[in-house]
Design a protein around this ligand. Structure first.
Ligand SMILES: Cc1cc2nc3c(=O)[nH]c(=O)nc-3n(C[C@H](O)[C@H](O)[C@H](O)COP(=O)(O)OP(=O)(O)OC[C@H]3O[C@@H](n4cnc5c(N)ncnc54)[C@H](O)[C@@H]3O)c2cc1C
Length: 408
């Protein structure tokens, strides 16, 4: 009998979300699921604290932990025109990783071990999988388990055609009282100078009337140096009229934006979750709500005794649309600032948010598509389809079977 029912590798957004759901299951079960949540001791592999923003309707599972929430959002076009509207039925929410971590770790779960280990390898097997890890003292340990959910960062299984990054640096700033409106956030301000390809924008997420997270973001092939971000943030604060602010803390990161696949199934008993398992929406970099959808499916299967394969939490047609959009941006066929300004100006905010989060109706998506630069996008659709066809034919000629099968 293996040591555990499941081992969760990594206590980031995906690992914590899954551990939280398993604790919920254990509250209802006489025999708890035995789980291990494995996170390395603080060091180079552990990411610094971060904030996760996402939108959903009111009454979500993390509402009591939110740092901030906004009912109204605005998008500012390159010419300074502001489109402010209610996000209803959604609320834009900010959760700090440290609050989520503390909550999940404090949650009583009879079945869970929280382990400080650095995982080296995971091996699959017909009856159980084995996670091999190192203790902080350097000792090797082996954990046997029915299922492994691995959220360690990984490379995609195949090269994508387009590989961009959403790269950013943000400042938590303090200004004089009354500077910010805590009811409303700026989701996308497209006024900063634009790169030749991709897009650059700022955003302002007020935490109170005098504190906010002000961020500078780019979609492009390369991240900037910290010095370049600092300059961009200083310029952006000047552009928004904030001028001199006290910087209390900062966050910086890069999220993959690519049409390369991140398959969640890595073996018979080994699965990937989170960014490693395809939870990141390629066109936006948003991951948190994809993670929540993914772990909900896993938890249902665990509770019902099924095979807990995490789904890719995005519809295939959305992934296809994202691939086209990323390609068009990367080839410089569309101007990113123009693309996003038109998208938000011509459509109801709730419809755009629904689409970007994997919901929405096909008919509305077609109308939304018409508000983007149609000729450039159609050109890219044709090129993309042609390329896909050629790749499939090449694989067929080489192997005698199509590519992209799921391992069983
Ligand atoms: C600064 C920043 C801000 C972001 N903001 C948002 C946002 O606002 N909204 C949104 O939707 N997305 C956001 N993202 C994208 C995404 O939500 C996050 O990257 C999210 O943390 C991804 O969750 P994850 O569980 O896949 O990976 P992570 O949260 O990075 O978790 C991976 C875990 O694996 C652990 N690990 C690594 N190596 C090992 C090992 N050898 N053994 C054991 N454990 C290991 C790490 O310590 C880490 O805890 C942001 C990303 C960054 C970098």
């Amino acid at each position: 009998m293996p040591d555990y029912d499941l081992v969760i590798v990594g206590a980031g957004a995906a690992g914590l979300s899954l551990a939280h759901r398993v604790s919920g299951i254990n509250e209802r079960r006489a025999r708890p699921l035995r789980s291990a949540l494995v996170e390395p001791p603080p060091g180079p592999r552990t990411p610094p604290p971060r904030t996760w923003c996402f939108w959903e309707t009111d009454g979500g599972p993390w509402d009591h932990l939110l740092t901030a929430r906004w009912d109204d959002l605005s998008v500012i076009a390159p010419d300074g025109t502001e489109h402010r509207s209610s996000a209803a039925p959604y609320v834009y929410k900010m959760l700090r990783s440290t609050d989520m971590q503390a909550h999940v770790r404090d949650q009583s779960d009879r079945g869970r071990d929280d382990l400080r280990l650095t995982v080296g390898s995971v091996s699959d097997g017909p009856d159980h999988a084995t996670v091999t890890a190192r203790t902080p003292q350097g000792r090797t340990v082996h954990l046997t388990t029915r299922w492994v959910f691995d959220s360690r960062p990984t490379a995609p299984s195949e090269r994508g055609r387009t590989r961009l990054l959403q790269h950013f640096r943000g400042w938590f700033v303090r200004a004089s009282p009354g500077t910010f409106d805590p009811a409303s956030a700026v989701l996308m301000d497209l006024r900063p100078p634009q790169p030749r390809r991709g897009v650059a924008f700022g955003y302002v997420l007020p935490l109170s009337d005098r504190e906010a997270l002000v961020e500078y973001t780019g979609f492009g092939r390369e991240a900037l140096s910290t010095q370049e971000y600092e300059r961009a943030l200083t310029d952006y604060c000047a552009l928004t009229g904030l001028g001199e602010v006290e910087v209390l803390a900062s966050e910086q990161g890069a999220i993959p934006m690519t049409d390369a696949p991140f398959p969640p199934r890595a073996g018979r008993r080994v699965f990937r979750i989170g960014t490693a398992g395809g939870a990141t929406r390629p066109s936006t970099g948003y991951t948190f709500s994809g993670v929540c959808r993914q772990t909900a499916v896993v938890a249902r299967a665990l509770e019902n005794g099924g095979v807990p394969v995490p789904p890719v939490p995005h519809r295939p047609r959305h992934l296809a649309m994202d691939a086209v959009m990323l390609r068009a941006l990367d080839r410089g066929r569309v101007r990113g600032d123009d693309f996003f300004a038109r998208l938000f100006a011509a459509n109801r905010l709730a419809d755009v948010l629904a689409f970007l989060d994997g919901g929405g109706h096909f008919g509305r998506e077609v109308l939304m598509g018409l508000s983007t630069p149609v000729a450039a996008m159609s050109h890219t659709v044709l090129e993309h389809t042609w390329h896909g066809l050629c790749t499939r034919l090449r694989v067929l000629a080489r192997d005698g079977r199509p590519s992209g099968g799921t391992p069983r």
